[in-house]
Design a binder for this molecule. Structure first.
Ligand SMILES: COc1nc(N)nc2c1ncn2[C@H]1C[C@H](O)[C@@H](COP(=O)(O)OP(=O)(O)OP(=O)(O)O)O1
Length: 151
């Protein structure tokens, strides 16, 4: 199983999502992130991917969750980070269009279905661990624990 990352950048009332232009999850809103490269740690990956996708550098992202994702065509262990400090102004890249959303009004209808299960916990400062099995684009198995230690 390969490793991938997601970053949820949170300000007082808003969080930064991307509208993905290509790759896994294209046409959905999701946190910026991507696949961990050989020789790279997940925390190095998340900083690199956020910079590549939206042009901002996050400071001290904290790992707050992880989930195993299985589907017919892809599986991964996704390491989820929350960051509150960053430098730069989010801008469009060839992979992503960044957009800020109020934390209480996220576009869940245009996101991975299981984001609804864990993202509010992350935005509220909590932690989680999950296992999600998708079939034909829909979640068939959803196992989730919150308030766990993840490092
Ligand atoms: C339920 O499954 C998923 N939920 C969410 N929220 N995000 C997911 C899920 N499965 C995968 N992802 C994320 C994790 C990564 O951020 C991306 C996959 O990586 P991507 O294809 O964007 O990788 P890159 O290295 O950026 O792309 P290239 O290989 O095209 O450079 O999806």
């Amino acid at each position: 199983m390969r490793d991938a990352t997601l970053c949820h950048l949170v300000t007082d009332d808003e969080t930064l999502l991307i509208h993905k232009k290509r790759g896994v999850g294209s046409d959905r809103y999701v946190g910026p992130g991507g696949k961990v490269e050989p020789g790279e740690t997940p925390s190095e990956c998340v900083v690199r991917e956020v910079e590549e996708e939206v042009g901002v550098r996050v400071h001290d992202p904290e790992k707050v969750g992880e989930f195993e994702y299985y589907s017919e065509d892809w599986d991964a262990l996704v390491h989820v980070y929350r960051a509150t400090e960053y430098e730069g102004t989010p801008s469009e890249s060839d992979e992503a269009i960044p957009e800020w959303f109020p934390v209480g009004d996220l576009p869940f209808g245009e996101m991975w279905a299981t984001d609804r299960d864990w993202l509010p916990t992350v935005l509220d400062g909590g932690t989680f661990r999950g296992r999600f099995v998708y079939h034909e684009g829909d979640p068939r198995v959803v196992e989730l624990e919150t308030g766990v230690r993840v490092d």
